[in-house]
Design a protein around this ligand. Structure first.
Ligand code: BG6
Length: 465
């Protein structure tokens, strides 16, 4: 019988800026997320007194985490992926000393998880950085930011070395190519050269964090985090196939540096041919040699690639400008649903890196409705997750080493792309609408009981189609 490993880390994943709220409490500084009220692709709107954003309160996890964690525990979670808001620890990013109130909050959070034997998996930077570093230092455009990040990383590794053993550096590090403000704190429209220089600084910072983690956290493990943007050729025309290889390299490049410790030749060629000359020092090259212990990634969809200009033009409006796959259906948000793609991606990453893999995001954003008897029958979500988990199990059979699976948004949260609430991912419904109105009460959906059974049976209840 096909099985998940006994120590498989079943759970869910959230990010500070999408759940916590409390955006100015206990000394927290403003982050890039706080000035992007319309989401990661949205404009920067500087805060003025009296304004508000749905993320200011979000789902109030900052105050309600004990109850939410109790619900995760009821589902049998073995792992919860959270992120630390860098601005709770270093409000402007360049302070000499960390903010004790911010550190104390995450102490309480990790203690609460420990009470329920839930292992924390902690992202150092999930789609946000101190706004102070953007205003005063050009974000990751500046080499100085490497030092500020290293100070932050060392502060949290030291403080939580006994409580947190699993760490991730930057969420979806390859996203900077599509959303530079969110990824590297550079304005939209920044030149490619500037963005790649900022990315270089971030890759060095990531490697230095890996080194610090290895020094400070006994038995700790630290991974990278990629947006697993697997692309297929739209046709078997050799031009389409080669273009697909190149487009997959646009995200694999990050993994290649973080797993192999140096820049791959195809990227050096790209820089040469696009007039990009990066400032890479000997010390940087040395730092990059410290590679991650495991590879984590998000997986939501796949897309197609073609050199046909007309089809590409039509696809421009789609997320990441992907050409749709005629063989797949889509979510209400146009994200194409492809469970087999997850098995393919797991195999591709395993073949490429031979490092343990961790699926740290996967899920279906959908509109839910509450029936008159109070139930929420999210069969579509159950089907989506079931079909993806069946493919994870197939990949395990293929010999891929997988540490765990944390589904995205086990509790409804503010979506990243457009800061909406109606795009729900949770097993737990939160009473809050797109305008930030609602009681914030929590309700168990049908998928809550289903996921609980999946974990309890270690996947034995999954249905193969
Ligand atoms: C990933 C991010 O890109 O996708 C999450 O790491 C995000 O922060 C998730 O929420 C789903 O995207 P969205 O836009 O539906 O929230």
């Amino acid at each position: 019988m096909k099985k998940f490993p006994k120590d498989f880390l079943w759970g869910g994943a959230v990010a500070a800026n999408q759940v916590e709220g409390a955006y100015r409490e206990n000394g927290k500084g403003l982050s890039t997320s706080d000035v992007q009220p319309h989401g990661v692709f949205g404009d920067v709107i500087e805060r003025v007194p009296g304004d508000s954003s749905i993320k200011d309160v979000a789902i109030d996890f900052y105050n309600r985490y004990p109850d939410d964690i109790a619900l995760f525990a009821e589902m049998g979670f073995r792992c919860l992926r959270v992120s630390i808001a860098w601005t709770r620890i270093f409000p402007n990013g360049d302070e000499e000393r960390p903010n004790e109130d911010g550190l104390a909050f995450y102490d309480r959070l990790f203690d609460e998880l420990a009470k329920h034997s839930i292992v924390p998996l902690v992202t150092l930077s999930h789609y946000e950085m101190p706004w102070g570093l953007v205003k005063n230092y050009d974000g990751w455009g500046s080499r100085e930011t490497i030092g500020f990040f290293e100070r932050y990383a060392r502060a949290v590794f030291t403080r939580y070395s006994d409580k947190v053993k699993l760490w991730l550096t930057f969420n979806e590090i390859n996203m900077s190519l599509h959303a530079p403000m969110t990824g590297v704190g550079l304005p939209e429209g920044s030149s490619e050269g500037l963005v790649y220089q900022a990315i270089h600084h971030q890759l060095v910072a990531s490697a230095l964090a890996v080194k610090s983690c290895h020094e400070i956290v006994e038995n700790g493990k630290i991974g990278n985090m990629l947006l697993g943007g697997l692309m297929y050729p739209l046709s078997c025309r050799p031009e389409d196939v080669f273009e697909t290889l190149q487009q997959n390299r646009s995200w694999q490049f990050f993994g290649d540096v973080q797993c192999r410790g140096s820049y791959p030749g195809y990227m050096l060629r790209y820089f040469r041919e696009h007039g990009i000359s990066l400032d890479i020092t000997e010390a940087d090259r040395d730092a990059l040699k410290e590679t991650v212990d495991f590879v984590s990634f998000s997986y939501y969809m796949t897309g197609c690639v073609t050199t046909n200009e007309e089809l590409n033009l039509q696809a421009r409006g789609n997320i990441l400008s992907m050409v749709p796959n005629p063989h797949l259906s889509s979510s209400q948000w146009g994200w194409q649903i492809d469970p087999i793609g997850l098995r393919t991606l797991l195999n591709v990453l395993w073949d490429r890196y031979q490092k343990p893999l961790f699926i740290v995001e996967n899920g279906l954003g959908a509109k839910d409705s509450i029936e008159s008897d109070g139930s929420i029958n999210d069969e579509y979500r159950i089907r989506y997750l079931n079909d993806h988990l069946v493919q994870v199990r197939e990949a395990i059979e293929d010999g891929v080493e997988i540490m765990g699976y944390t589904s995205w948004g086990p509790i409804d949260l503010v979506s990243a792309s457009k800061a909406e609430m109606s795009k729900r991912y949770g097993f737990i419904y939160v009473d809050l609408d797109d305008n930030g109105k609602g009681t914030l009460a929590r309700y168990r959906k049908k998928s809550f009981y289903w996921y609980k059974d999946v974990i309890a049976s270690e996947g034995a209840n999954l249905q193969e189609n």
